[in-house]
Design a binder for this molecule. Structure first.
Ligand SMILES: *[C@@H]1O[C@H](CO)[C@@H](O)[C@H](O)[C@H]1NC(C)=O
Ligand SMILES: *[C@@H]1O[C@H](CO)[C@@H](O)[C@H](O)[C@H]1NC(C)=O
Ligand SMILES: *[C@@H]1O[C@H](CO)[C@@H](O)[C@H](O)[C@H]1NC(C)=O
Ligand SMILES: *[C@@H]1O[C@H](CO)[C@@H](O)[C@H](O)[C@H]1NC(C)=O
Length: 299
């Protein structure tokens, strides 16, 4: 009896065929941008030619979450892992990776157990989350600074307009410019408060949207400030066209940043905002130093 058992033991030890071997992965990471989380489990010595020789069980912290039974070609999910699934045909190539929707993916240790007739094996993978900021810290600063700079420059122009081109009473256009200017300033400040550094979120996307879109109103105000002071000579037209193009650039950058999870077009957006503010600065300098030509169209 004993020699037989010893011989059997020796046989299995020598050929080592009772074990399935895995391409081990200690841990995988996902970020806000992964819609689906894939937890890898790859057997590299699979021999099965038919699915009915295989059985797979996935566990999370020791509790069953998913199983696939090749005999009946059926999978099942347990607990709250309703989205757990596996690409069944890939199983014959040894790939038993589990896919889960991000919303159901829990952090921690998962185990994958594969059985092929009498051979079996198990591997552990830890699922981790990585926070990826939407914009880099420098980008965050530039995105907030330049629109605020443009707003300050607008108020500078408005100040010059009021001092240099004082009219006996506030005309309607000036009142409208003042009101729209105050609203623009308030909205950009609210946007800057919402646009906190960190991961992409509805909140900071809203903040960014408010900052960038509202900046467009400054272009309109810029036009009216010129119209009611020095008029619209061709240099002013050039400044306004430059500002319009910068605004278009910023809005295109904004939409690209919001539609892609990882914004690679941040520089486009920032370039737009910087050029916009520079055009505003140019307008201010021009207004300050150019001699008043022609009759100011104030009443
Ligand atoms: C998340 O997405 C990245 C990039 O597409 C990918 O490399 C990574 O493996 C994914 N993570 C998980 C856990 O699925
Ligand atoms: C396991 O890794 C080896 C090399 O590292 C690779 O050739 C093989 O395809 C992998 N197996 C699976 C099932 O991914
Ligand atoms: C097992 O089911 C999958 C779909 O769940 C199907 O694609 C595959 O062809 C089936 N395989 C067998 C051997 O019945
Ligand atoms: C997962 O398992 C590893 C090694 O067994 C351990 O170091 C780690 O702390 C575990 N992680 C969690 C979240 O339980």
């Amino acid at each position: 009896m004993w020699p037989l058992a010893a011989a059997l033991l020796l046989a299995s030890a020598c050929c080592g065929s009772a074990q399935l071997l895995f391409n081990k992965t200690k841990s995988v990471e996902f970020t806000f941008c992964n819609e689906t989380v894939v937890i890898p489990c790859c057997v590299n010595n699979i021999e099965a030619e038919n699915l009915n020789e295989l059985y797979v069980k996935w566990r999370y912290k020791g509790k069953d979450i998913y199983s696939y039974d090749g005999v009946v070609n059926k999978s099942a999910t347990y607990g709250d892992f309703h989205s757990a699934r596996m690409d069944v045909p890939e199983l014959l190539k040894g790939d038993a990776s589990l896919k889960i929707d991000k919303s159901e993916a829990l952090l921690g240790n998962y185990s994958c157990e594969v059985t092929e007739l009498s051979r079996e094996g198990e591997t552990f993978i830890e699922l981790k989350y990585r926070v990826v900021p939407w914009f880099s810290p420098n980008e965050n600063i530039l995105i907030v600074i330049f629109p605020i700079f443009a707003v300050l420059l607008f108020w500078g122009q408005f100040g010059i307009k009021t001092l240099k081109y004082k009219s006996s009473h506030m005309d309607e256009i000036t009142i409208a410019v003042l009101v729209v200017g105050l609203v623009t300033t308030a909205v950009i400040i609210v946007g800057a408060i919402l646009f906190v550094p960190g991961e992409y979120s509805i909140k900071n996307a809203t903040g960014l949207g408010l900052i960038v879109v509202t900046t467009g109103l400054l272009l309109l105000l810029h036009y009216y400030v010129f119209k009611t002071t020095i008029g619209i000579p061709s240099f002013v037209i050039a400044i306004l066209v430059m500002q319009l193009l910068a605004y278009v650039l910023a809005v295109v950058g904004l939409s690209l940043c919001i539609s892609a999870c990882i914004p690679v077009h941040g520089p486009l957006l920032i370039a737009g905002l910087i050029i916009f503010a520079l055009a505003q600065l140019l307008g201010l300098v021009y207004m300050k130093f150019v001699e008043f030509r022609g009759t100011p169209p104030v009443s």
